[in-house]
Design a protein around this ligand. Structure first.
Ligand code: HT7
Ligand code: ZN
Length: 844
């Protein structure tokens, strides 16, 4: 496989004015007839004419009507062309039925669908498959399926055919086609300028009852983008299609978003609150791409964060506005630390804008998405809300219709604010999580905070320069009152001191409020004020953070020094749980302990090799201590979570149910699952049913509940994914591998379905102590299945191989066992470039 470098970018030799595509659909022999109007690009540095094409069989090709015989290679075609505008035509044959990689045109449960990002269009026909070639597409679909969809607006249709025209120039990665026996859940939306837009969610017959929530989320997203960013929808129709076999969550194809059915279908009986929230966020994310991604796209794939970071940032703002901003912030930071910091800390670390890659599909990472969004949050904090809004207006005005770069994005902010963002740009260029160390001093009414920043080396980047860090700080008096409301300190140097004067006494600092920069904050040199901050901080993020760091430190000392749970921590936690002035959703987050993987990282950072069984035991022990400390309060608190209204996945109800579930979890440790069984038996929605079932699985009273759950839901594939995931995820460390083995033999297991594969093998990798069994059986099982899957679906295989990325944390025996499995994967004949790149990077 070949490495591609950002520094090698050259403009396309030819541009495309229009594309006409005709699809004659047939499962193993679909014909695609293309007619593409090319013209030489005046900015090009070469006149070489090359069209990407993979796994497409060329039937014939013509230039300006005359048949030609291009030089065909496995990655495309080359030929001589006029040095003037010309029309290229071709007919090719492809086989959607046998396309198990789920890239290009493929079939899922008898339905045709496409996935073209990043480089899937080249599996449909010969084309300059790069994002800086934007063109207007007209598509004719001929097929027996009742529903035939493509991008843009419908222009004509008849028996067995339909035509679509998309007036907005787009790169090939946004092309989409769907054909199948589908039913629509229709609605409409009137845009801010009074235009009526037809909306549809297309699903397989039987799923119609699961579309209403997604449709409401879509309309809320359309309205929000108008209200907050002034962005109006630009076609007559917006279609969403649910597909069962899909590599990721969803895809923002122009006017025809395609969704993994798990990310759009929802009903109270079959979906948890978490599913509803995720669906709402993903629908918003894909819709927001219409402006940040589609109208303004990326010049090349190195600029991926331009659309993904910004769109994640926008969907987080949307969720914060619709639900609770502090709860959203805490869950985003949890996610960032669990996925992105993990990536930054290991062999897969890369900059938000990478400078090289082998397989672009391997770069749809937490760094590009989540750290990319954090960078935008910092930029907004530094320039202020008004300047951010002005800069965004300028971005849309200046770059509409373009395929552009991070440089163009930052220039818009420089032009709006007059700031020099050259140092800030390091956030895009430098990999790794900065470590921010703080100490304090107080003298004669002046309080000083002294910060030092350091970013550890990452692969290919041994030396790091200081970053611009917006550090939000507030000061509290000993009685908990605010003496200094939140201010943003702008750190630019490696070491910097900030002073607060005219204070009556030494304050208590609350540092990095709202998690204002994606750094690891080391407060070891400060007095330990965490119990105070857990009780008094007015910044919800830092209040939660105080509890989390206390819990994490306690767990680490339980693992490494045999410490026992600390009473002052337990008391402080119980006080938070009992504080009815706090949002129940916040209290649930405060009661949740760091996951085993976080504890393992924290143990590793003390210089010790994490022992997965000891971590599991410490967490269980602390859970029991919390349960005991909470026991007197449980009846009152659980009663306060009762809801006397019909199920709704709104913030209020979700908060109560999630707090109630956390309490039930603790209660189960004391009553052996009695209350959980009662909730399971009477549950009328999936959240109540699933959370109580999880409690039952954990206290190993699973026999009856498990079979009931499967028997009740075996007809519903999305619920059965939960069943697979939960049984493996909740299995005790010594049973997880055996459970996963048994479930891969279950008739409902399907290696070809990414959702089911992730539910099974992803759950094994997520069961920390189970996966890291000392005998290596977890590693072997995952490697076996990755090898099997690679021949079927390289993209999902490569993504899931990241489960091994933390391997250097563990003891020498485990490292040896993992390395052997990684070597075995690499030695597999015909291993895909995707998996070869990922496993190679993990090993080095
Ligand atoms: N822009 C999309 C990213 C994507 C993708 C989606 C589905 C299947 C394969 C894919 N490869 C890349 C999704 C998004 O970020 O919105
Ligand atoms: Zn996206």
């Amino acid at each position: 496989p070949q490495t591609i470098y950002l520094s090698d970018y050259t403009p396309p030799a030819y541009l495309v004015d229009s594309v006409h595509l005709t699809f004659q659909l047939a499962p193993t022999a679909t014909r695609v007839i293309s007619k593409i109007a090319f013209r030489p690009n005046p900015e090009a540095t070469s006149r070489e004419f090359f069209l990407n094409g993979e796994q497409v069989e060329l039937i014939w090709a013509k230039i300006d009507g005359a048949e030609v015989a291009p030089a065909v290679s496995p990655d495309g075609v080359r030929m001589d062309v006029p040095d003037a505008p010309f029309v290229f035509e071709a007919e090719v044959e492809i086989s959607p039925q046998t396309n198990t990689a789920l890239e290009g045109l493929y079939m899922s449960n008898g339905m045709y669908c496409t996935q073209c990002e990043a480089e899937g269009f080249r599996k449909i026909t010969f084309y300059p498959d790069r994002p800086d070639v934007m063109s207007v597409f007209t598509v004719r679909i001929e097929g027996a399926e009742p529903v035939l969809l493509s991008n843009g607006n419908p222009t004509a249709q008849g028996d067995g055919w339909a035509e679509w025209h998309d007036p907005w120039p787009k790169p090939a990665y946004l092309f989409a086609l769907v054909a199948g026996d589908l039913v629509a859940h229709p609605d409409q939306f009137q845009t801010m300028s009074g235009k009526d837009v037809e909306l549809n969610i297309y699903v397989r017959p039987g799923d119609e009852g699961k579309c209403a929530f997604g449709m409401e989320a879509l309309k809320a997203s359309m309205k929000w983008d108008e209200d907050v960013y002034g962005r109006e929808y630009d076609l007559d129709i917006f279609n969403i299609v649910a597909v069962d076999d899909f590599n990721m969550g969803a895809m923002e194809n122009k006017g025809l978003n395609i969704f993994n059915s798990s990310c759009v279908l929802a009903s109270p009986e079959t979906s948890t609150d978490g599913n509803f929230e995720r669906i709402e966020a993903i629908i918003a994310h894909e819709y927001f791409h219409n402006w940040t991604g589609n109208r303004i796209t990326c010049r090349d794939w190195f600029q991926l964060c331009l659309k993904e970071g910004l769109t994640v940032y926008r969907d987080s703002q949307f969720t914060s506005d619709l639900r609770s901003a502090p709860v959203k912030r805490i869950s985003d930071v949890n996610d960032l630390r669990g996925r992105q910091f993990r990536e930054d800390a290991g062999p897969l670390a890369h900059p938000v804008r990478p400078d090289s890659f082998v397989e672009i599909n391997n770069f749809y990472t937490a760094t590009i998405y989540e750290k990319g969004a954090e960078v935008i949050g910092m930029l907004k904090r530094l320039v202020g809300d008004a300047a951010y809004a002005k800069a965004l207006d300028l971005y849309f005005e200046r770059h509409d219709g373009e395929a552009t770069t991070i440089e163009a994005w930052l220039t818009v902010f420089e032009d709006t604010t007059g700031r020099d963002l050259s140092q800030f740009k390091r956030w895009y260029e430098q990999a790794g999580t900065p470590r921010l160390t703080v100490s304090e001093s107080y003298e004669a009414g002046t309080y000083s905070l002294h910060f030092t920043q350091m970013t550890p080396p990452t692969p290919g980047q041994p030396d790091k320069a200081p970053q611009v860090l917006p550090i939000a700080v507030g000061l509290l008096a000993e009685d908990g009152t605010a003496v200094q409301p939140t201010v943003v300190l702008e750190m630019t140097k490696q070491e910097q001191r900030f002073k607060f004067s005219n204070l009556e006494s030494k304050p208590i600092a609350s540092i990095l409020r709202e998690f204002s920069a994606p750094v690891i904050l080391d407060t070891a040199a400060l007095p330990d004020n965490r119990v105070f901050l857990l009780a008094h901080d007015t910044d919800p993020f830092n209040k939660w953070e105080a509890g989390q760091t206390l819990a994490k430190d306690l767990l680490v000392s339980m693992v490494t020094e045999g410490a026992t749970p600390d009473q002052s921590f337990l008391n402080a936690l119980v006080e938070v749980a009992r504080d009815d002035s706090l949002d129940p959703a916040f209290r649930e987050l405060a009661l949740s302990l760091p996951i085993d993987d976080d504890i393992a990282q924290a143990v590793f950072e003390t210089g010790a090799a994490p022992d997965p069984d000891a971590i599991f035991t410490a967490r269980e022990t602390l859970k029991l201590s919390i349960a005991e400390a909470l026991s007197d309060s449980l009846p009152r608190l659980m009663a306060s979570c009762q809801i006397d209204a019909a199920y709704a996945p709104d913030a209020d109800q979700v908060g109560k149910r999630s707090f109630g579930a956390a309490l039930l979890n603790y209660l189960s440790l004391l009553d052996g699952g009695k209350a959980a069984q009662a909730q399971f038996d009477s549950a009328t929605d999936m959240t109540q049913q699933f959370t109580s079932w999880l409690c039952l699985l954990r206290v190993e009273k699973d026999a009856a509940a498990t079979s009931d759950f499967y028997g009740q839901w075996q007809h519903d594939r999305l619920v059965i994914d939960k069943w697979f995931g939960a049984r493996i995820g909740a299995a005790s460390p010594d049973k997880a591998v055996a459970m996963a083995q048994a479930l891969t033999q279950h008739p409902d297991f399907a290696v070809t379905n990414p959702n089911r594969f992730r539910a099974t093998l992803g759950a094994l990798a997520g069961n920390h102590a189970g996966f890291h069994r000392a005998d290596g059986s977890g590693y072997q099982m995952l490697a076996d299945w990755l090898i099997t899957l690679d021949a079927i679906n390289p993209q999902t295989t490569a993504r899931m191989s990241a489960a091994f990325q933390t391997w250097k944390r563990y003891d020498a025996d485990r490292q040896g066992l993992i390395a052997a499995q990684l070597e075995r994967i690499l030695a597999t004949p015909d291993l895909s470039p995707d998996t070869t790149e990922m496993v190679g990077r993990i090993l080095n």
